[in-house]
Design a protein around this ligand. Structure first.
Ligand SMILES: [Zn+2]
Length: 125
């Protein structure tokens, strides 16, 4: 599994097999993660406050995405600013949890290195 596929499918960054998030998805706790990868033992929160970095990634990615959507609506579709923002609000509401989960997944993939043999040498500390 390549890194992009692993990020999008919320797989463990070290072995790319274990799941990062608990299933099924719960609205009460959308970011509920396993404490460790079930396959290689990688901690999903390596240190306290680890996911503050994900917040900045999320800000950058969504900033460019939302600007592109607004720009497309105004310049290509010739919509008014109000119509464009209304569409953007709907889009943000629909993709909010997906974005939050994706940015956490992206962040841990940036920090934790892939190890193809991780399954055979599980982490315990
Ligand atoms: Zn793993």
């Amino acid at each position: 599994m390549n890194i992009l596929s692993s990020v999008v499918k919320y797989k463990c960054p070290r072995c790319r097999e274990g799941e990062l998030y608990k299933a099924p998805f719960k609205m009460s706790n959308p970011l509920d993660m396993h404490e460790r990868c079930s396959v290689c033992g990688q901690r999903t929160e390596p240190e306290p406050g680890f996911y503050y970095g994900a917040m900045f990634l999320s800000y950058i990615v969504t900033g460019f995405l939302y600007l592109s959507i607004i720009g497309f609506c105004i310049m290509v579709l010739k919509w008014s600013v109000n119509q464009s923002f209304l569409l953007l609000l709907a889009f943000v509401a629909l993709t909010y949890f997906k974005t939050a989960r994706l940015s956490r997944s992206l962040w841990i993939h940036v920090v934790v290195k892939y190890d193809p043999n991780a399954r055979n040498k599980p982490l315990t500390n």
